[in-house]
Write a protein that binds this ligand. Structure first.
Ligand code: NAP
Length: 292
């Protein structure tokens, strides 16, 4: 079997084209969506990710403003900035770029963001809504994975889904989204035992470890005909790769996401969608396309 490549880049481009029209319609109705990004310190990958988010927002006509605090900033400075952006009616979405410098408590800082502006969907309030199947601002990476699965018409109801990751960013919210589609979900992590017997049962196998060469998803871990979603971003010999040993896993899977060009572009597209959802709700645009 040779897997169908799940083209996240192409799907994200389609979604962004729709969101660009949506932005113009919202502006016509008097709502100008605006995103604020906060970067603390000078972590090089974080700078690249923030720049990518700014680029995507501008491409769609979403206003965007970046705030950059020194890496030595006390918690109080970040708290004041978040509270100021919460109160600023011109700002609809706030992203706090992670990881934060180690002296700052990321969980505490995220929960300062007003839930209605939490376009990453990571506050305890928005996570709680997801728990009860009532998510409105849903974390972008799991949301993007669900869009990909739906676009490629992957059957989830009754399917066995195995997620290798239990982080708040990926595995936990994805578990809720898959359960809401009636999948049977197993979440694995570094302490899971009998790992192979778990992954080999998966109709849909999601891997998000990011520790190559310590962890590599090889063909023996994958069931014949499985759908493989590779979320991870590893640098191997300067090249960006996922967890999967791509060629050998693609030869066994029925569908697979490439890295790059799979889940990554979908994450950004979902962030833009969340920004428009937040703006529509704050602007009282009940008929906005993104709310349907
Ligand atoms: N493409 C995108 O848009 C996107 C978005 C987010 C993240 N990512 C990528 O996804 C990866 C994960 O991100 P994250 O923030 O969730 O990282 P994380 O918090 O470090 O989570 C990694 C997960 O992998 C598990 N793990 C580690 N070693 C393992 C092993 N040997 N066997 C099985 N499980 C193992 C960990 O288990 P424990 O919980 O036991 O430690 C943890 O649950 C990274 O490569 C990141 O760059 C990509």
């Amino acid at each position: 079997m040779t897997a169908v490549i799940m083209d996240g880049k192409a799907l994200a481009a389609e979604i962004k084209a729709r969101l660009s029209q949506e932005t113009r319609m919202m502006e016509g109705a008097g709502v100008e969506p605006k995103l604020a990004t906060i970067l603390v310190g000078d972590d090089a990958p974080s700078k690249v990710y923030v720049a990518g988010k700014h680029r995507a927002a501008k491409e769609l006509g979403i206003r965007v403003e970046g705030f950059h605090l020194p890496g030595t900033s006390p918690a109080r400075d970040l708290e004041l900035l978040i509270r100021r952006l919460n109160a600023d009616r011109s700002v609809n979405g706030i992203i706090l770029e992670l990881p934060l410098p180690s002296h700052l408590d990321a969980r505490q800082m995220i929960d300062l963001i007003a839930p209605e502006k939490d376009v990453d969907g990571l506050t305890a309030v928005n996570m709680g809504h997801l728990f009860y199947n009532r998510g409105v601002l849903v974390p972008c990476t799991p949301k993007g994975i669900m869009e990909l699965l739906s676009h490629y018409k992957v059957l989830l109801a009754g399917s066995r889904c195995v997620v290798i990751n239990r982080s708040a960013l990926v595995g936990r919210p994805l578990m809720h989204l898959l359960l809401a589609e009636d999948a049977t979900v197993t979440v694995c992590h570094s302490k899971s035992v009998d790992f192979l017997s778990l992954t080999r049962q998966a109709d849909v196998l999601v891997t998000a470890v990011g520790r190559r060469p310590g962890f590599t998803l090889t063909r023996d871990m994958v069931k014949d005909g499985a759908v493989v979603i590779d979320v991870a971003m590893n640098r191997v010999h300067g090249k960006l790769v996922g967890d999967a040993e791509f060629d050998e896993v693609a030869a066994k899977a029925s569908m697979i996401t490439p890295v790059p060009g799979g889940v990554g572009p979908m994450t950004i597209a979902m962030l833009m969608e969340n920004t428009l959802i937040a703006a529509a709700l704050q602007g009282g645009l009940k008929d906005a396309g993104v709310l349907k």
